[in-house]
Design a protein. Structure first.
Length: 475
């Protein structure tokens, strides 16, 4: 099988998973390794909050979901395809200033259009919001030289000991469409004090080569550093960024190149995908960098996280050993074996997010597929179609992995144009790191046969007791 053949094979097979896993009739399907779509499903601006710096209160804009959950409608964006990538970090909260922020693309009704990036801010724990605080004034003014920003991530950053929200800052980054390539290639690096001063808007690419892909995972920590990750368009090199204050209202974005020894496929591309992130414990001392793919040295070539760990706040990093996840009973119960059941079990991580808990342990929440074939040279990205398992993993040293099934779907996957409807696993933790929270999307199988109308689900995890809360639909 070649990677350029049609994505759906005509030969249908049956998955016989063990234990509680469903029996599912599915074809094989080709997963795209790279190439997140540049989506512009542009529609006229219609949302009532499409006003820069609008004050939104819980009284004027409060509603409830189908499940009875209360919500406050805040800022807007041109389409939902700005918030559909699992490794993005778009919501941040800092208890010391009781402030919450959410970053997004701007809507078309504002100057600069939908390529601008803005954030919404609450300084009273979410009761009231000031929306659409633009961090890209140069793009709005038409002087940035860029074609637009997409898929933003952002984080609040608070100086040590500060309790005044207006003395804190907002950091944001995003992939930027550059005229140098007519597509991806540049990265927005932006910062702004919450009082609107000290704004910085920089368009950057590693080595000036216009070869950046999508920056993910920006989060700030008690150490004073924020961290994020990126990859080049070739998929063979990753970058870890430590973002630090320069002491004068600006920030330094310090880059470390990570050129791992990736497995090379028959078409000469590297065995990597577009899921990667960097996460630390609350103190900012113990951290993990995750790059999805397969190294030459791996015992079984499969799409799963390659992990580096630091225990000295990012001063040094070391690779965790490869681990055969198929040995875990939960994987054996829920993931189908390749080669029509005759081959090895290959859990394929298609989307993932991660946090570090109070014990310094890495927690991963992932949408896991079943690898279709052991013929990896030209078929590494083939999976059993229409069978996705949401799984919670933990590890601290690469040899102590655990896995827990959270939810699953046997609905037929669909696309809108070139964009697949995904499951969007997201993970977060409280400030103490002893409570983990997972959210994901899934369509109701009692109503739909296709994954076309996903609801949002949530579940909590207590790291001390090992207990999970009940699944909750918050849509």
């Amino acid at each position: 099988m070649k990677r350029l053949i049609t994505s759906i094979l005509t030969v249908f097979i049956t998955i016989y998973a063990i234990g509680q896993a469903p029996v599912v009739n599915t074809p094989a399907k080709l997963m795209p390794a790279r190439g997140n779509a540049i989506v512009d499903l542009e529609q006229p601006a219609f949302y009532k909050n499409n006003v820069a710096n609008a004050l939104i209160s819980n009284n004027s804009n409060k509603g409830s979901s189908r499940a009875g959950e209360e919500f406050i409608a805040i800022g807007t964006a041109y389409n939902l395809y700005t918030i559909l990538l699992a490794p993005q970090s778009q919501v941040s909260y800092i208890p010391e200033i009781n402030s919450v922020a959410f970053v997004h693309r701007q809507n078309s009704g504002e100057p600069g259009g939908s390529g601008a990036i803005a954030y919404d801010l609450s300084t009273d724990g979410g009761a009231t919001w000031v929306t659409n605080n633009v961090v890209t004034p140069d793009f709005v003014a038409g002087t940035s030289g860029m074609d637009g920003n997409r898929y933003p991530s952002g984080s609040l950053w608070n100086p040590a000991g500060n309790t005044d929200p207006m003395n804190a800052y907002y950091l944001a980054h995003a992939p930027t469409l550059t005229p140098a390539t007519g597509s991806w290639g540049a990265t927005l690096q932006a910062s702004m004090k919450l009082d609107g001063t000290d704004g910085s808007e920089v368009y950057f690419s590693e080595g000036g080569n216009s070869n950046d892909y999508i920056p993910f995972g920006i989060n700030s920590y008690e150490s004073g550093s924020a961290w994020s990750a990126n990859m080049n368009l070739d998929g063979d090199t990753h970058y870890v960024y430590e973002i630090t204050s320069d002491g004068a209202g600006g920030f330094d974005w310090n880059s470390t190149e990570v050129a791992s020894d990736w497995y090379i496929l028959a078409d000469t591309t590297t065995a990597t995908t577009t899921d990667y992130t960097v996460v630390f414990d609350h103190a900012g001392v113990i951290g993990y960098a995750l790059f999805n793919g397969s190294l030459n040295s791996d015992g079984l070539h499969n799409i799963q996280p390659t992990i580096l760990k630091t225990i000295d706040a990012g001063a040094t990093w070391s690779y965790l050993p490869w681990f055969d996840l198929s040995g875990l009973s939960e994987i054996q119960d829920w993931i189908a074996a390749s080669d029509l059941g005759a081959g090895p079990i290959k859990p394929y991580f298609s989307e993932m997010d991660a946090v570090v808990d109070a014990d310094g342990k890495l927690n991963i929440f992932a949408a896991v597929l079943s690898g279709f074939t052991s013929n990896v040279d030209d078929s590494l990205y083939f999976i059993y179609a229409d069978y996705t398992v949401m799984m919670h993993f933990t590890t601290s040293n690469g040899t102590d992995w655990t896995a827990k099934e959270i939810a699953y779907s046997t609905l037929t996957g669909v696309t809108f144009g070139a964009v697949a409807v995904t499951y969007n696993p997201q993970m977060s933790a409280n400030a103490d790191g002893d409570r983990i929270f997972m959210t994901w999307m899934n369509s109701d199988s009692l109503i739909f046969t296709e994954h076309t109308a996903p609801d949002i689900y949530a579940m909590g995890y207590n790291i001390e007791s090992g207990d999970y809360t009940a699944e909750r639909n918050v849509t």
